[in-house]
Write a new protein. Structure first.
Length: 331
């Protein structure tokens, strides 16, 4: 995807200069690529396939960037490397970014990868949870760190959270399969996928379909980078966008690339392919088809603010800055 259009005169001038140097037996100087880190939010997997595709195809290199993908994980939070400048962009979420801003971090959300939040409640067909109204009287397995998510869902839907039995569990489908809980709070793209690969049918209720509107897999950058490294931000996001459009066209190829790039990551091929297929509907929508990958609306921001308010967080609309996407996709 071209970052800016070049006039015919610019192209002719550049070509003439190159020919002149060649005629003198000289080579045009090669400008060194600018180092730029992209901090991922978790361990390597097909969750970040768009980034892998951009790196593998040299699209960032062609734009003058030497991009390093920095692996995330439970002990590698996204926000500090972005503040420190180790990473130009980080992949975060609206709740994490807003919490960091509340503590003084100078972040702006410059793109939204997941148009629908991936949090879901998974259950078995013989005892399904299909709406928030089904939760009272049920045992839900979840990490206690996700209590704000459940609380927000209940607040937004008028459900008494005290009527739900919260069972602290490891992030595994086993408690559900063993009958220790009636449902699990998880991501649509992981535990349900793990069960499906094992031949276990499950039902998922996306929280996003019931008022829990919260941008996930968001791209964050500092205000300083927006002012001083704008061209680099445009180049990195343009490559990311191209990578995800390519992933959408062939999710199996994206999963296979992930497996080839990280052979020692312990990734299961069947799970990676299914996860790639399941995450695409969360990342693309009628809105992105019309305006471009990563886009959001003012109404979407208002819905995010309502969800964050239900989590006890007050957020200003200027946390979101669409100017980089406007430069790439057109205002």
């Amino acid at each position: 995807m071209p970052l800016r259009s070049l006039s015919r005169r610019t192209l002719m001038t550049t070509a003439t200069a190159g020919l002149a140097l060649a005629g003198m037996g000289l080579r045009a100087p090669v400008r060194a690529a600018t180092p730029a880190g992209l901090q991922l939010s978790w361990l390597h997997s097909v969750q970040f396939a768009g980034s892998y595709i951009a790196l593998e195809n040299g699209w960032w290199r062609d734009a003058g960037l030497d991009v390093t993908l920095l692996q995330g994980g439970p002990n590698a939070p996204v926000e500090p490397p972005v503040v420190a400048g180790t990473a130009l962009i980080g992949i975060s979420a609206a709740d994490y970014a807003s919490a960091a801003v509340a503590q003084g971090a100078p972040f702006r959300i410059i793109g939204v990868a997941m148009q629908k939040n991936p949090f879901a409640i998974a259950s078995l067909p013989e005892n399904p949870v299909r709406t928030p109204a089904d939760l009272p009287g049920r045992r839900i397995g979840m990490a206690l760190a996700n209590m704000p998510v459940l609380q927000a869902l209940c607040t937004l839907n008028g459900i008494d959270i005290d009527a739900i039995a919260v069972v602290p569990t490891q992030y595994s489908a086993q408690p559900l399969l063993a009958g220790e809980v009636d449902c699990l709070l998880c991501w649509e793209t992981d535990l349900p996928v793990a069960m499906a690969v094992q031949g276990v049918e499950s039902e998922t209720m996306l929280l996003a379909d019931h008022g829990y509107v919260l941008h996930s897999q968001t791209y964050i950058a500092t205000e300083d980078s927006l002012a001083s490294r704008r061209a680099d931000l445009v180049a990195m996001m343009a490559g990311e966008i191209r990578g995800w459009e390519t992933c959408r066209a062939d999710t199996d190829a994206a999963a296979d690339l992930t497996l080839r790039m990280f052979p020692d990551a312990g990734l299961d091929g069947a799970m990676q392919r299914m996860q790639a297929r399941r995450q695409i509907p969360l990342m693309f929508s009628d809105l992105t088809d019309a305006r471009g990958f990563g886009w959001w609306t003012d109404e979407g921001v208002e819905a995010n603010i309502r969800t964050l308010s239900a989590m006890g967080r007050e957020v200003r609309p200027d946390l979101w800055d669409r100017s980089i996407l406007e430069e790439i996709h057109g205002a």
